[in-house]
Design a protein around this ligand. Sequence first.
Ligand code: PRP
Ligand code: URA
Length: 208
Amino acid sequence: MPLHVVDHPLIVHKLAILRDKATSVKKFREVVNEITLLLAYEATCSLPMDEVEIETPLCRTRTRMLKPGEVVVAPILRAGLGMMPGMLDILPMARVAHIGLRRDEHTHLPVTYYMNMPTSLNGANVLVVDPMLATAGSMCAAIDLLKNAQPASITAICLIASPEGEQRMNKSHPDVSIYVGAMDERLNEKAYIVPGLGDAGDRMFGTA
Ligand code: PRP
Ligand code: URA
């Protein structure tokens, strides 16, 4: 499935604030939240809906509402947690699958340290959130874990991606839709996205 770059002036503007190394932790969190709302709006365009009948002040009418209980948001810890307030604001009914992964500093390979998923993902539409799609090792590992539980669909939402990450996703998980705010130039020798925004977790939680 194609990777969608949500190329919108609001997102480009807000990403510029995140990219600026002078941006405070407080501001960084606020802007991550704002961009998440904008990306989530696009990424949820195919969620399944049910026909419902309701009564307006004027008459009975048929319309559609999201299918209850079918949306699961899966943040990749730590940095994905910064996208959760925005995700749960627009999807307050969503269940949450926490996936703890950290990239080994030397090998750049993901190490799983925590998993807490709803008992069943059967039929669920899962939205995986992580600010950075660099080598895509973390995203692929998270999707491998989620696919074991056989959800109906998986969609990835990231703030910034690299061409290398896109290639890896196309190869390993061509069935997963990806929505990103920007496609950057490349990875550097430490597998950081350039120009990027640095270490998303450190900037979000003030641990640099
Ligand atoms: C960052 C980021 C992604 C991962 C991306 O997390 O939030 O999870 O790196 O890199 P990849 O695409 O090459 O796997 P990190 O491992 O630094 O952990 P943190 O969120 O706890 O800081
Ligand atoms: N993880 C980050 O937080 N930033 C990058 O640029 C790459 C991986």
